[in-house]
Ligand binder design. Structure first.
Ligand SMILES: [Zn+2]
Length: 131
């Protein structure tokens, strides 16, 4: 009897672990972070090319979103590692550009699609309305 209970419990644990690791979440949002702070996000299903701000300190990265995937199409960082990473399309995947302190990662569909598209412009928070 005890063995049955243990077997059932183990099956349950196994099932839960498989669910957690199983990546059944679908990527739906491209989130762009610089210095660990989100600067922009875009829906993955809308094709577009985004040029991230070019400044003397940070250089630029050109993001290409197409067919439910995203990549860095072009950048002026020395190693070009972000460009060489190619396309990502799955939830949790990310592209990192270390010289530019930039992270492009794929978040789930449900994580807020309503905001922040305008933040990709170079103008930054200085343009915000005072509260
Ligand atoms: Zn790079």
């Amino acid at each position: 009897m005890g063995i049955l209970v243990i077997a059932a419990a183990m099956a349950g644990i196994f099932f839960v672990c498989a669910r957690l690791a199983g990546g059944d979440r679908e990527a739906g949002t491209v989130v762009i972070e610089r210095d660990g702070k989100e600067i922009a996000r875009f829906p993955l299903r809308e094709d577009r090319t985004v040029r991230l701000p070019e400044t003397a300190a940070e250089g630029y990265n050109v993001l290409e979103i197409a067919g439910g995937r995203v990549r860095v199409a072009e950048a002026d960082c020395p190693e070009q590692i972000c460009v060489q990473q190619g396309w990502i399309s799955r939830f949790g995947e990310q592209i990192v550009c270390l010289p530019h302190r930039l992270v492009i990662r794929l978040a789930g569909k449900d994580s807020g699609e309503m905001d922040a598209v305008a933040a990709a412009d170079a103008d930054g928070p200085a343009r915000r309305e005072p509260l």
